[in-house]
Design a protein around this ligand. Structure first.
Ligand code: NAD
Length: 266
């Protein structure tokens, strides 16, 4: 059954990793999909083509989510091409790691700019679009849905990655505050907080046996997550199956938040 038939979605940072998996899964569930990307036209166009092959509409749109001048036209185009938007998946993100005493203002601003300001800009434009549209009860009980891709590091401190942890901690309260503000309009806003997922962003943590085994000490379920572990949760949050869920951080992390250091009594 196509749970998202007739709905229109935008996924940021959708030409690789988790974003790509979500874009494909939304398409498989019947949604029309905009594949946002920052660089690499061919790869992004190939994702859009794969989605279209399933019989829904899709196109790739290049935009830097940290730039208002890019984000506003991206939403104008989706309104022009699809007639509106029902689902935003705020996924684009990056890391610029450094020991805190060596962290440059550029490393700080880049991570906050993409991971937090980028989610703010896209969420604001989505809310503006939702408010202009009416509820379409034939496709969804909600006026609109926003799914933020956060991280276990919205709550777990992360030495050497202070900019990243600060950005995801910011996403947590931004998401919950937007959810509180717009629940009366039937706009649902939630986060998925992935643990360790096999994507390019953390390749160093899983590509050799040694680093993989070290990573597993942090994962009680003893396997790395795959992008589809996240995409299935995203479809659930975007669909009416989760219609009573808003303001929630859903941890999809193989138990990373269970303090595995204490599993033998600490
Ligand atoms: P990834 O590097 O494959 O995906 C990130 C995507 O964001 C890339 O396609 C990149 O081009 C895009 N992007 C970066 N800056 C952008 C910008 N300014 N504008 C538009 N797009 C931009 O890595 P991923 O693991 O798939 O990451 C996706 C999201 O998941 C990120 O928000 C990341 O913080 C989060 N996350 C990942 C993990 C993990 O273990 N992989 C864990 C927790 C959270």
């Amino acid at each position: 059954m196509q749970k998202l038939k007739g709905q229109r979605a935008l996924v940021t940072g959708a030409s690789s990793g988790i974003g790509k998996a979500i874009a494909l899964e939304l398409g498989r569930n019947g949604a029309d999909v905009v594949v946002n990307y920052r660089s690499g036209d061919d790869v992004a166009n190939a994702v859009a083509e794969e989605i279209r092959a399933g019989g829904v509409r899709a196109y790739a749109h290049r935009a830097d989510v940290s730039q208002e001048a890019d984000v506003v036209p991206m939403f104008q185009r989706i309104s022009a091409e699809f007639g509106g938007i029902d689902i935003l998946v705020n996924n684009a993100g990056l890391q610029k790691d450094a020991e805190f005493h060596d962290m440059t203002i550029d490393q700080w601003n880049t991570v906050i700019g993409v991971n937090l300001t980028g989610q703010f800009l896209c969420a604001r434009e989505a809310i503006r679009c939702f408010r202009r549209q009416g509820i379409r009860p034939e496709v969804s009980r909600a006026l609109g849905k926003i799914v933020c891709i956060s991280s276990v590091h919205e709550v777990i401190p992360w030495a050497g990655h202070v900019n990243y942890a600060a950005s995801k901690g910011g996403v947590m309260l931004m998401m919950k505050s937007i959810a509180q503000e717009y629940a009366p309009m039937r706009i649902r806003v939630n986060s998925i907080c992935p643990g360790a997922i096999r994507t390019p962003i953390n390749q160093g943590a899983w590509e050799t046996e040694e680093t993989y085994n070290a990573l597993m000490r942090l994962v009680p379920y003893k396997r790395i997550g795959e992008p589809d572990d996240i995409s299935k949760a995203a479809v659930w949050l975007a669909s009416d199956d989760s219609d009573y869920v808003t303001g929630a951080s859903i941890f999809v992390d193989g138990g990373m938040l269970l303090y595995p250091g204490f599993e033998n009594g600490g």
